[in-house]
Design a protein around this ligand. Structure first.
Ligand code: KG4
Ligand code: ZN
Length: 324
């Protein structure tokens, strides 16, 4: 039996969790900074790192209070993310590994998101196709065996979560944009405005989301009297539609037997429902609570790395823009 502590501080959530055998969440503490950043309409890096520093020790104390037993390894997000924020988590993890004499396991944030699916009731088997959709990434990745990733395509410009956040700002909806657009869209008509699917017709697995955001801006400037609900619903439909188009193309090309959906945008109800009914293969996804950044997904990925002997050492340094 393994028990791994996972630490996540790459952006605006401080997460500390303990996962057993890579699949059971024993403790999951998350301190979100949403309220702190909301008044700026987005994450302020300097404030983010200070917030992590402020609450990380308290979160660890909380996690240890309910820890079911001794730990075997410390896993930490070391890439990619905001440099100041990553430094807080990495240095904290190094201090723990040193003083507790435990192995230090570096985890890539996107690998963490993928491993959040292993914490669901139906963990995926290898191989699988992964669709990772977050505030910073929109990627299709082929995973044929543990810790082996072949990138198939990603966004050329904005990430899909970033487009939700930017369009929410245009519509005067609160940060983070994903949940507020989903809420506003509930009472809207998704076919009120036909927005573009960037690169939707291209025979490639690349995405583009900046044109969609600009189309919403132009629509607002034309002032045709559409309600915020209609604009939110039409935007959400187009944004999700492009994910569906490219994922179906990737399934066709790879012959993938199953799909893993992960990342903050994986919390989107329409995306979850449409993939489940249209992908044509089983879809594995984390519970909504584990879609957003958290320590449990880092502990899950760390547990698997630990099992495969992929551990690091105290020379570990953050890599803010390392690809998967
Ligand atoms: O994975 P995550 O917590 O942080 C990053 O690694 O970026 O993802 C955050 C992103 C934000 O852009 C947020 O607007 C988006 O996930 N998001 C959603 C929903 N919930 C969060 N996007 C669409 N629909 C949602 N329900
Ligand atoms: Zn994330």
């Amino acid at each position: 039996m393994s028990r791994v502590l996972g630490i996540e501080t790459s952006c605006d959530e401080t997460g500390i969790a303990i996962v057993e055998d890579g699949v059971r969440v024993a403790v999951n503490e998350v301190a979100s900074q949403i309220d702190v950043h909301a008044k700026y309409g987005g994450v302020v890096p300097e404030i983010a790192s200070r917030q992590h520093t402020k609450c990380i020790s308290q979160l660890l104390a909380l996690a240890l209070e309910t820890s079911p037993g001794p730990l075997d390894a410390i896993a930490v997000t070391y890439a990619p993310g905001l440099m100041g924020s990553l430094l807080v988590g990495v240095n904290f993890a190094k201090a723990l590994a040193y003083s507790w004499r435990l192995p230090l396991v570096p985890v890539h944030h996107l690998e963490g998101h993928i491993f959040s699916a292993f914490l669901s009731e139906t963990p995926p088997e290898f191989p699988f196709l992964a669709l990772i959709v977050s505030g910073g990434h929109t990627s299709l990745v082929w995973c044929d065996r543990p810790h082996h990733y072949e990138p198939l395509g990603s966004t050329r410009d904005d990430a899909v979560g970033e487009s939700f956040d930017k369009v929410a700002r245009l519509l005067n909806l609160p940060y983070p944009g994903g949940p507020s657009i989903q809420r506003a869209a509930e009472n809207g008509n998704p076919s009120a405005v036909k927005f573009p699917r960037g690169l939707g017709k291209a025979d490639s697995l690349e995405f583009s989301y900046s044109g969609l955001k600009t189309a919403v801006l132009y629509q607002l400037q034309k002032d045709e009297g559409h309600s915020v609900a209609d604009l939110a619903a039409s935007f959400q439909y187009a944004a999700v539609d492009l994910l569906l188009i490219k994922t179906k193309l990737a399934i066709q090309r790879t012959g993938a037997p199953r799909l893993v959906l992960a990342g903050g945008v994986a919390a989107n109800r329409m995306l979850r429902d449409r993939l489940q009914s249209e992908a044509g293969i089983p879809v594995h996804m984390p519970s909504i609570a584990l879609c957003m950044d958290n320590g449990a997904m880092i502990a899950a990925a760390g547990a698997s790395r630990f099992r495969h002997g992929l551990v690091g050492d105290l020379s570990l340094t953050p890599q803010p823009s390392l690809p998967l």
